[in-house]
Ligand binder design. Sequence first.
Ligand code: MG
Length: 459
Amino acid sequence: MLVWLVGAPPSAAAAEEVPPNIVILYADDLGYGDLGCQGHPAIRTPRLDRMAAEGMRFSDCYSAGEVCTPSRAALLTGRYPVRSGMCHDVRRVLHRDSRGHLPAAEVTLAEALRERGYASACIGKWHLGNFALEPAGHPHRHGFDYFFGLPHSNDMDSTPAAPHDAVGRLEQDPRWWNLSLWRQDAEVERPTDQAALTRRTIDEAIGFVAAHEHAPFLLYVPFTFPHVPLFASAEFRGRSRHGIYGDVVEELDAGVGRLLDAIADRGLDGRTLVVFSSDNGPWLMMGRQGGSAGALRDGKGSTWEGGMRVPLIARWPGRVPAGSVHRGVVSTMDLFPTALALAGVRPPRGVAIDGVDLAPALFANRPVDRESFFFYRGTRLFAVRSGRWKAHLVTQPAYNEPRATPHEPPLLFDLETDCGEALDVAAAHPDVVARLRALARAQEAACPPAPSQLGNVRR
Ligand code: MG
């Protein structure tokens, strides 16, 4: 029998008799087009392809952030980053000198599921607070029982030996980097061997599964890669047909396979929802070291489709229909209310949640309850999608363009026929433009940006 810990059960939730394990695998800067099952012509990802064949692929999933920090805040809180202040128009993400962090008042997925007895781990790149400077930013302070990994991106701790353009160099030198690796509250290694990071991340994740196979768990694995600088282990380096970027993605794919095998070997497949996604689009500025958004326009940092539409694969044998593709608009923010509903946990009281329950899509391939999705660059609302239509009120390319361009009337694209956002059809559909503009204005009025945490910097 279910026991509701707070108040009455959520009316629409189909909570499970035994709360399922939730595993979130989260690549960094992996583009929409970078997996075999997403159409990449050279990178081989047999394990993620198989995960999709055994589960569901989502064609129209959005991250709610265009760069690392806001996207993670949205994933773990189910809220647009403007609500938590985890976005900024200039600094964009948390840096090594940042004192700001995810505010204590935000309820993370780990905190919410703890009510129902979930054990939780964050294994990988955190990037929601530099806890070396400010302990209140540590994953422990945001509900996670266990942490192993990096405080922020792998390009944020360079050595004096690093050339100015170290991040953009195709041939990376390990001596340029001085990464700090943590286990729980202690730094355990510095510098960290980046070529070993993917393997060690997976080893840690498997260890966590083995230690918690009898209790419901939340396992959040935000991979360091394929964020630049790129490093692959000797086993994978030089093996792909797509340079070091391909090597790194193929190693990540093999690691996902090892973790899925470990879950299956323990008999946990029938009560474990595993999802795989990415925090934002490909870092195109990096050229051959950046990924690909496939047919989508632009990449990381922009509100064009390539910046925020990301792969999403969900697998739960016996529950998620195998080999299915869901084509409605969903977001990685939706995982928060979805996991809570499955666990029978009420949403946090008095907190606006922007994600919606994915259950109709996940279990029956039916539309979820979403009228619109909003695209923010930093704190500013740039675009809105509703159904097949997307209107851009403001645009700014990811790079090579310092200024934002407002559009009145907004640009309008029909994503059913033009996912590459090439043909502006605003003139032919003034009624649609008016409706989407009204949705955007209402969102701006209802959701003013909270004070940014990203401007709080060590002086
Ligand atoms: Mg990223």
